[in-house]
Write a protein that binds this ligand. Sequence first.
Ligand code: GEK
Length: 241
Amino acid sequence: MKQDNIFSKTQQVVDFAFDDSVADVFPDMIRRSVPGYETIISLLGVLANQYAQDNTRVYDLGCSLGAATLSIHQQTRTLDLEHICIDNSEAMVKRCESRLDRLMPEANLQLLCEDIEKAEIKDASVVVVNFTLQFLTPETRLALLKKIYEGLLPNGVLVLSEKLVFDDSTENQHQIDWHHNFKRANGYSDLEISQKRAAIENIMIPDTFEQHQQRLQEAGFDESYQWFQSFNFVSMVAIKH
Ligand code: GEK
């Protein structure tokens, strides 16, 4: 696994982009930056095993290198599923394709390089949006959730993972400190942490848990729950009846 050193030297910070340099170190970057990432990936497979329906589609929106899809595939091998992985970063899609071709060659897989806001979603029993909704402009998030709801079959689920912000400023500051300490414990320097933060603040805008709950309800979901939290990172399940 190549190590993420992208922000290790002082630099003129520009907006973060999912380009070749990021895609090359992505597994190391996300594992050291998102507390609970590996647990979420592995438990996504367990959730999918419960909700995936035979002869349906499973979507991975903002798939990066396909970690969620691989975990789901490993837990649902007995079902006939079509896996649709979508990401708008060419650098990610290229690497995702060769990785999944190698690791799940027998799967029915469609990999698309496109904006998830433009994607067609249909006949889905499971849709995963693992740390990607936060990169859409806030005004467009409800439309995506509505489209996902419409594309889900009855008893289908959306698994939505996000970084959170908290209304209570004291809690918010604690959560940020805890997260930064997690990154320090994983070898990131204070310079790397502050430059990454500056690079990402304009393109990744987190919501509160209450905003997510309200939006999921407005999109049509009949039930929604938080099933995982690690510091300011959570994962939710929303169910369509
Ligand atoms: C994982 N889910 O490993 N359309 C398509 N893709 C997008 C869009 C968009 N509008 N905006 C961002 N992306 C993955 C991790 S990473 C999370 C997801 C992170 C893509 C972007 O190119 C990147 O690959 C991914 O969403 C976000 O489980 O890096 O914090």
